[in-house]
Design a protein around this ligand. Structure first.
Ligand code: GPW
Length: 829
């Protein structure tokens, strides 16, 4: 029978005409077929958007082909797999990235030209997939790209939100949020798997049962929701491998007992069933603040439960019992959001598979590893016990049991040290009794990863000090990285060609260490010419974008100075704006001859504030108020322009980063776990003005401190500076610029009062006053460097050349080796 099947498969393959062809003529034909049969438009009459849809579908076909082969191959080889669980993935656009990774960009460009279209224009038609908030989510996306490229047998699991991160619109300088119903125009990059679905249960009660003479617990759930899989192929670069990002959508369960006596009953029953879908409706837009919301907990458990059912089903297809589970499966928890998976694995192994508790725990402890992205203990998630007990009653019991055993073990080491025991306990007593999700992860995971060296130190010495003292070996540093495929090859093609030309190879796209080879040419005048041209062209593109969006005309000779990231007090966009006010004030007070020596600047700020974060929203408003004043001041002209780029997202970043000269990373030392934006700027040869925080410390080591502009208090100085508090007045200059805002120089006097209060006497938790003078010095150093264009270009080249360490390829290799114990599994071409 087996032979029969094989013959059948071969016959089918013959009928299919082999693999899809990638020559320009075949591509044209495929695109037109999709215009006609997928988009259902006439092949003689379709617009840019329809052309994009058809194009995307033809790319999707090619993705699916490799994705099938990859999964066949994984199944055949059955290697240990890594399952990456994350509540957020910020994928951005897929088209250009896909054709580049598939290696058929030129053929497509050619095919489209023949059809009378331009690839880049069609690529602009695509909206962003924004199923995440910020750094954490984009890092997850970069890791997926690296996992695929490095041929690891990996799966990503997450939630398919119907509404991604809100769109930011600015009205009179104020942020407003609009829903991001990103699926409105269809999503060609996903494959709906109507038959891959699992029931996910909530609520109900726990009962005791006797099975084979043994007492056991069973959960009698009160509600069931169906999780349906949507698969998103992730192609590797320079390999046939395409891995899967499986996102779950909630649908009403079809096993629903419905008895109705009236039409009203019946209608209501249907409408109520439909409420199941709310679970995957909307992404929470608060970056790092948890409010103990039921829906949020349901989202977490929903995607975790569906993913684990899927993973266990796949495992059971090939294995009879769970002994081999840890040899075949590694589960990575991205921050604490998926940590309920630890209790879920225990529930499945103990309640459903009837393993002993200790055997089950032994397995759980060998499969899980976690990455913590937070710096502050307050940033760690807590779930009120009452809430967890109501939504997941059996999981609460399991967590209590895990905690009981943890406490027993801790008593062996710490005996009567009750303070320590209560700090380490998974249960937090207090006004609202809660579950500390981080402590649950720490109790179970074999590896706890920090995202930069400084961050790991903070975890070891502050946030998880007690756990570190108990289990020092669990704690590891895996400095974040970003993928050079998206952040150079896709977003900065001119830089990509320059690098390949000077290195004489494209191999750096897979092996980024090679990029260090550019150092040798850092002073070469020919490279300088090409480099400056590249920058100029990118700046032109950015300038056009700025003018279209904000009607501000900017000079290409100015230094483009950029700060783009989520708006947070600790990221200190306010320091940037106060610095801009200072610059403005100085120029205002200059005579003409001094003005001639000013380095013209375009200060660009972009980022979203969480809808409920008032201070952050005021910072956005202040940015606009300052921009209005400065940009319309005839005394200033091109010497200073201030621009707020609305609705910052992945594709905006792709446009802005390559066109910037200087980028700012101003977090108060000790507050940015890593920072990944700075790595993208670094790769693109933009100089960094930064505090010695997170990954900037490691960047300085790679490129040398003189090649960037470091300023501000150091991590270990911060606590003492805070202690000193009010006695330490910021500089006079600082007082002056804050006063200008207070006095209503930029209008909105009352509105900005509370914002000013955050940085003056008594307040100023983030030390803006303290760091201001040093910030201005760093800015002055940047100005001086910019005047010497040869020097600047050299620093810029050295930045790109020194960016190799900050590829997510390096990060993933470290995870694979040190945390997951997995090997590549490369599908033959
Ligand atoms: F709360 N990060 C983020 F700290 O984007 F966990 N969202 C978050 O909720 C948190 C962290 C958390 C960021 C870090 O702030 C940034 O420093 C880091 O580079 C990034 O996660 C990826 O590790």
């Amino acid at each position: 029978r087996k032979g029969g099947l094989k013959a059948k498969a071969e016959k089918m393959f013959g009928l299919m005409d082999g693999f899809l062809k990638n020559d320009s003529v075949s591509l044209q034909k495929d695109i037109l077929d999709h215009v006609e049969f997928t988009v259902a438009r006439s092949r003689f009459n379709f617009d840019d958007f329809e052309a994009y849809q058809a194009l995307a579908h033809s790319v999707r076909d090619r993705l699916i082909e490799r994705w099938h082969d990859t999964h066949q191959y994984f199944k055949k080889k059955d290697p240990k797999r890594i399952y990456f669980l994350s509540l957020e993935f910020l994928m951005g656009r897929s088209l250009t990235n896909s054709v580049i990774n598939l290696g058929i960009q030129d053929q497509y460009a050619d095919a489209l030209t023949q059809l009378g279209f331009d690839f880049e224009i069609l690529a602009e038609q695509e909206g962003d997939a924004a199923l995440g908030n910020g750094g954490l989510a984009r890092f997850a996306a970069c890791q997926m790209d690296s996992l695929a490229t490095l041929d690891y047998p990996a799966w990503g699991y997450g939630l398919r939100y119907q509404y991604g991160l809100f769109r930011q619109i600015i009205v009179d300088g104020f942020q407003h949020e609009q829903p991001d119903f990103w699926l409105n125009f269809g999503n060609p990059w996903e494959i709906e798997r109507v038959h891959v679905s699992y029931p996910v249960k909530f609520y109900g009660t726990v009962e005791e049962e006797v099975l084979n003479g043994k007492k056991c617990k069973i959960w009698i759930p009160g509600e069931s929701v169906e999780a349906v899989a949507y698969d998103n192929p992730i192609p590797g670069y320079g390999t046939r491998n395409a891995i899967n990002l499986r996102l779950w959508a909630a649908k009403p369960s079809d096993q629903y007992d419905m008895e109705s006596y009236t039409t009203g009953d019946y209608i209501n029953a249907i409408v109520n069933r439909q409420k199941a879908e709310t679970i995957s409706n909307v992404l929470y837009p608060d970056d790092r603040s948890y409010q103990g919301k039921e829906l949020r907990l349901k989202q977490q458990y929903f995607f975790v439960s569906a993913s684990l059912q899927d993973i266990i089903r796949r495992f059971k297809d090939l294995h009879k019992n769970f002994d081999e589970f840890p040899e075949k499966i590694a589960l990575q928890i991205n921050d604490t959001h998926p940590s309920i998976s630890i209790a879920e694995v225990m529930r499945v192994l103990v309640d459903e598979e009837h393993l002993d508790w200790s055997k089950a725990w032994g397995i759980a402890c060998r499969i899980f590893s976690v990455t913590i992205h937070a710096v502050q203990p307050e940033g760690l998630e807590k779930i009120p016990v009452d809430l967890l007990g109501s939504v997941l009653p059996r999981h609460l019991e399991i967590i209590y049991e895990i905690n009981f055993r943890l406490m027993e073990e801790l008593k062996k080491s710490f005996d009567q040290d009750y303070d320590r025991l209560s700090r380490m306990s998974i249960i937090e007593e207090g006004a609202v009794k809660s579950i500390r999700m981080a402590n649950l992860s720490l109790a179970c995971c074999h590896t706890v990863n920090g995202v930069s060296r400084v961050h790991l130190e903070t975890l070891k010495t502050r946030v998880f000090k007690d756990f570190y003292e108990l289990w020092p070996l669990k704690f590891q540093c895996k400095t974040n990285g970003v993928t050079q495929r998206r952040w150079i090859v896709v977003s900065n093609p001119s830089l990509c060609s320059i690098i390949s030309k000077w290195l004489g190879t494209e191999a750096w796209i897979r092996n980024v260490d090679l990029i260090a080879g550019l150092r040798e040419y850092a002073k070469d005048p020919d490279l300088h010419t090409e480099w400056k041209n590249m920058k100029k062209v990118n700046k032109m593109r950015l300038a056009e974008y700025i003018e279209t969006l904000t009607s501000v005309k900017v000079s290409l000779d100015a230094m483009f100075d950029v700060q783009i990231k989520r708006i947070h007090e600790y990221k200190r966009q306010l320091l940037n704006i106060l610095g801009i006010i200072h610059r403005y004030d100085c120029i205002k007070n200059m005579d003409e001859s001094d003005k001639r020596r000013v380095v013209p600047r375009v200060c660009i700020i972009g980022g979203k504030a969480a809808p409920g974060y008032e201070v952050a929203k005021k910072i956005i408003k202040l940015c606009h108020a300052v921009a209005d004043k400065v940009n319309s001041d005839p005394d200033i002209g091109d010497l200073l322009k201030v621009v707020f780029i609305p609705d910052y997202n992945v594709s905006v970043a792709e446009l802005v980063i390559p066109g910037s000269d200087l980028s700012q990373h101003l977090s108060t030392a000790g507050h940015e776990a890593s920072g990944t934006g700075c790595m993208k700027f670094l790769m693109n040869g933009c100089l960094l003005l930064a505090t010695a925080d997170g990954s900037a410390v490691e960047i300085a080591e790679e490129i040398g401190e003189p090649n960037m502009f470091l300023f501000g208090a150091k991590v270990d100085e911060v606590p003492a500076l805070r202690e000193k508090g009010t006695t330490l007045k910021g500089s006079l200059q600082f007082a002056r610029v804050v006063r200008m805002v207070r006095d209503g120089y930029f209008g909105f006097k009352d509105y900005f009062k509370s914002l000013c209060d955050t940085v003056e006497d008594g307040g100023d938790f983030y030390l803006l006053g303290h760091d201001f003078a040093s910030y201005l010095e760093a800015q002055a150093a940047a100005d001086r460097a910019f005047v010497d264009q040869e020097k600047w270009t050299q620093m810029s080249i050295l930045s790109t050349a020194g960016s190799g360490k900050f590829s997510s390829d390096r990060t993933i290799e470290e995870y694979a080796e040190q945390s997951w114990g997995i090997e590549p599994c490369k599908c033959p071409f």
